[in-house]
Each structure stands twice: as C-alpha cells, then as structure tokens.
Ligand binder design. Structure first.
Ligand SMILES: Cc1cc2nc3c(=O)[nH]c(=O)nc-3n(C[C@H](O)[C@H](O)[C@H](O)COP(=O)(O)OP(=O)(O)OC[C@H]3O[C@@H](n4cnc5c(N)ncnc54)[C@H](O)[C@@H]3O)c2cc1C
Length: 330
C-alpha cells in the first residue's frame, strides 16, 4: 500500500561545511512534512557517515536512512541512483528534494527518469497545496521570462532541486532525537565509469552567500578592466565581487562569482549591481537582499524594477567617482 507522506532530502554532505544546502532543505522540508502529516527524512549514502546523520537529526531530521559502505566513500552517480530508486520503491516518499549542487544536478534527473516521475530544477519556492497535497514547485521557465508553478499530480515522489541559499537553515539542536535506519540493501558497485582521482578545488575565499556587501557586474562592465573597478570598490566596502553569466563567460570573473538561477543565491545587506540588465535568471539570485542599488545607462533597464535606488549613467564614469569619494572618507 502506498505511504506517500514523507518528505525526503538527499543528504549531500560532500562539501560540508561550505555547502549547507542539505540543512537549508531540511528546514523547509520539515514545514512541508508537517503540512503533509509525514516525517522529514534524509537519505544518506557513504562511508563513515554517522556524524552526518547526527548533524541532520540536530537540524530537524526525524529519520535518516543511512546506507553505510566503504565502497560508497566517493559519490558515484550510477550506484547512488540504483540504491535511491530501490529505497524509494520500498519507502515511497511523497516529496524528494535535492540541493542543486554539481552532484545533485546530475543525480536528481537521473533518479527521476529511473522512477518515471517529474523533476523541477532550480526551484525558488516550494509549497504544499492544502487541497490536493501536491507540491507547488516554483521555478523560472521559458528561458526565465516567467515564473512557472509546476505540479506533479500523477506521479510520486514529487521531485525538485533547490539552489544553496534559497532557504535558511535552522539553528541546530543537539538534544533533538531521531531514528537512524540502516536499510538492508545490496550495495553492489556495478558502474561503467571508473573514478581515477578526485581533487578538491580551492575556492580562493569567495563567500558570496555570506557576504554583507556584494558589488556585482554584468556585460555592461565591458572588460576585465571594468571588473578591476568592481574589485577595488568591493575591497573598500569590505565586500565580495559578484557577476552575471555573460561576465563569467567573458572570463572577467570566476564561475564561483556567478549570481542567479544557475549560480549563487545571495542575501547581502547591500548589493550594488553595475551594467546588468535585470534578467530574471540573475535577479532570482538576490531577491533576499536588504538594499539594492543599480547603475545602468539605459533608464528603461528592468534592473531598476528590482532596485531600491537607481543611477542612470555610464558605470565607467560613476564607479571611479564612488571609489574616489570612499577613499577620501577612509
Ligand atoms: C536557463 C538559463 C539560466 C541562466 N542563469 C543565469 C544565472 O544564473 N545568472 C545570470 O546572470 N544569468 C543567467 N542566465 C542569463 C540571463 O538570461 C541573462 O542573459 C544575463 O543575466 C544577462 O546578463 P547581463 O545583465 O550582464 O547582460 P545584458 O542583458 O546584456 O545587460 C547588460 C546591461 O548593461 C547595460 N550597460 C551596457 N554598457 C553600460 C555602461 N557603460 N554603463 C552602464 N550600463 C551599461 C545595458 O544597458 C544592459 O542593460 C541564464 C539564462 C538561461 C537561459
């Protein structure tokens, strides 16, 4: 008989502590589970994972399904997919959520296809419809020109990926209790891809998600020299530099600085966004910012609809003036 009540989160611990998306999903997932009358559960696969299981319980998980095996020490998408699909058939969760990490983006679609269910990518909001129990999954659609509310009415589980930073994690409670279940499952590693070596990339201290001030630039910065101005300003403001997709593609900023639907979600006290048009895929990444100031030479640029203060003019003329004024004050 179908259970279809629990909310599952994929326990993506690979870049913990830097990447807190599992904890953020636990926070929102718990509210969804309450609305459904089910449990909030984490699926955890790996080797030596008890510590993560305890961490997830401290952050609200009621049940952790732990698949502990030395051969799972490295993430392996084929094996993870097979195990997760088997467990979904046994436990039948209603909702299954994944962080839109590099692995989550590879794993979730593969699993959804295996299960024959739907998946919404890069959701910005998740709500339960009280009438039907369906999950309203809001994500940018049609190239980002509109927000679509996606439902999966006929298939289960309802699956979605969510970017780090969209939801806020709750404060941990190490007195919280939960169950760790070790399902009796075959962990046979039968893969077509052999992992030869894995190496951690150094993030060069870029921490956009937690920055109090972000100075971001887009195509309108026009060059690497334009981004030098942003770096100088960010340094004066003790902030971080962010970028839009075209600026990253042009090589003016590193991929880790990308803000938006396929990049980071930021919530700074102040965002100064320069030479950016205000495409939905970009603005989706800074909706939670306290104050937004935009500089654009086009008075009709949509970015002004997303900003508290707008300066119409050439960034190359305005930024040096701001930098000069700040230098005088310091
Ligand atoms: C599936 C999908 C996902 C995407 N994800 C992302 C994402 O995560 N993040 C992201 O950023 N984009 C993303 N994009 C791309 C997005 O749609 C836009 O193309 C992009 O955000 C536009 O970047 P921009 O504002 O820098 O460039 P443009 O849209 O070209 O805007 C440049 C702006 O600069 C202004 N300007 C030009 N010169 C000057 C000057 N000298 N002084 C002042 N202003 C000037 C112009 O008036 C213009 O408004 C995605 C697209 C798709 C289809």
């Amino acid at each position: 008989m179908a259970i279809y009540k629990d909310v599952w989160i994929f326990g993506d611990y690979r870049n913990y502590f830097q990447n807190r998306v599992t904890l953020q999903l636990l926070s929102r997932g718990k509210e969804l589970a309450r609305d459904l009358g089910g449990n909030i559960c984490v699926l955890l696969m790996g080797s030596d994972i008890t510590e993560y299981a305890m961490e997830y319980i401290a952050h609200g998980a009621e049940v952790v399904y732990a698949i502990e095996h030395p051969d799972l020490a490295e993430y392996q998408v084929e094996t993870f997919t097979r195990i997760a699909a088997d467990l979904v058939h046994v436990y039948q969760p209603e909702v299954f959520l994944f962080g839109a990490t590099s692995f989550g983006r590879e794993f979730a679609p593969r699993l959804a296809a295996r299960l024959g269910t739907g998946l919404s990518a890069d959701c910005l909001s998740l709500e339960i419809d009280p009438e039907t129990g369906n999950l309203f999954q809001t994500s940018p659609a049609f190239g980002g020109s509109l927000m679509a509310v996606v439902v999966t009415p006929h298939k289960r589980p309802q699956m979605a990926t969510v970017h780090p930073g969209v939801f806020r994690e709750k404060v941990h409670d190490y007195t919280a209790t939960g169950r760790i279940i070790y399902p009796d499952i075959d962990v046979e590693i039968d893969v077509r891809v052999e992992l030869i070596r894995s190496r951690q990339s150094i993030s060069k201290g870029i921490d956009l998600e937690n920055a109090h001030t972000v100075v971001a630039g887009g195509r309108g910065m026009e060059s690497q020299a334009g981004f030098q101005l942003l770096s100088e300003l960010a340094e004066l403001l003790n902030g971080q530099v962010g970028a839009t997709r075209p600026a990253v593609l042009a090589g003016w900023a590193e991929e880790e600085r990308l803000i938006g639907q396929t990049g980071k979600t930021i919530k700074p006290k102040l965002l100064l966004t320069c030479g950016t048009s205000g495409a939905l895929q970009y603005t989706a990444g800074f909706m939670g910012s306290d104050a937004v100031i935009a500089i654009n030479k086009d008075p009709h640029a949509p970015i002004f609809q997303h900003s508290d203060l707008g300066l119409v003019g050439d960034v190359r003329a305005i930024l040096p003036l701001i930098i000069e004024a700040l230098k005088k004050r310091i």
